[in-house]
Ligand binder design. Structure first.
Ligand code: LIP
Length: 262
């Protein structure tokens, strides 16, 4: 297995650089490049430019590694390591000028298939706050040098986060899911970036997170952050086009799973 600390350092370095570019382009003004699955599912020129930067840096540093990016697709690995990248997670926030967006970079052992990969290293950069969440398998998760740990006690109820898909037809079902989980909650947040949601669970800023329909690049890095912070991440309905992901401390993860996975 590749040196996870080297992979973590590389992911961190590139995430910082990519985060700086994303923030610079935001300040210069953002232009819509295209829409994808629905009119609400947008991609900006910055998304594409940031992914080109990330992909070229990785290619230069580790030729032969595989790649899966939200905007430029995939390439198989000849080294056993694959990079799973969301150049700007929280694209709608980014386009509106809201600060809750992130650069998410993960290195996995195996192909870019969450059902079979082993996450090795992760970096999630929050450019506006200047925060960098990182993890390496078996080495813990960190925020700017401070070790992270999930919350394990929720005496006043859990602070939960979730998200909704770009297809309005899925909103009723997602709201029904929220209703099923709310008896566990003290309150609910909808941040708009899965990578930040997962980073915040790892940092104890959220108690738990659940969302249907995430893509591998949305959660590849954040899931390792949660696991390396003592949390549990699971997915079910993985054969469907909208698998459910749940991330929390072990006890809360079990309580959410009992309510949702049935
Ligand atoms: C987003 C996720 C978010 C989800 C959005 C969207 P994108 O990713 O981070 O949690 O609710 O629907 O999928 O599209 O900004 O990379």
């Amino acid at each position: 297995m590749s040196d996870v600390r080297h992979l973590q350092a590389l992911a961190s370095d590139i995430a910082r650089e990519a985060g700086g570019l994303a923030r610079q382009r935001r300040a210069e003004g953002v232009s819509l490049a295209a829409t994808k699955t629905t009119i609400a599912d947008i991609v900006t020129d910055a998304d594409r430019e940031v992914e080109v930067l990330i992909r070229s840096r990785l290619q230069a540093e580790r030729p032969g590694d595989g790649f899966l990016g939200e905007e430029s697709g995939g390439a198989r690995s000849s080294t056993g390591v694959t990079w799973v990248v969301d150049p700007i997670d929280g694209t709608v926030n980014y386009a509106y000028g809201m600060p809750a967006y992130s650069v998410s970079i993960a290195a996995v052992q195996g192909d870019a298939d969450p059902s079979s990969w082993t996450a090795l290293a992760a970096a999630v950069c929050s450019p506006v706050l200047g925060e960098l969440f990182t993890a390496a398998r078996g080495e813990g998760a960190w925020l700017d040098g401070k070790r992270l740990a999930v919350n394990t006690e929720t005496p006043a109820g859990a602070l939960l986060a979730t998200g909704f898909g770009y297809d309005p037809a899925t909103h009723d079902g997602d709201l029904a899911t929220v209703r099923r989980v709310m008896p566990l909650a003290r309150d609910l947040r909808r941040i708009g970036s899965a990578a930040l949601d997962l980073s915040y669970v790892a940092a104890g800023r959220l108690d738990g997170y659940f969302e249907r329909g995430l893509k591998p690049w949305d959660f590849a890095a954040g899931a390792l952050l949660v696991e390396e912070s003592g949390g549990v991440v699971s997915r079910f309905d993985t054969a469907s086009d909208r698998p459910m992901l749940i991330a929390a401390g072990p006890d809360l993860h079990e309580r959410i799973s009992v309510l949702l996975d049935k």
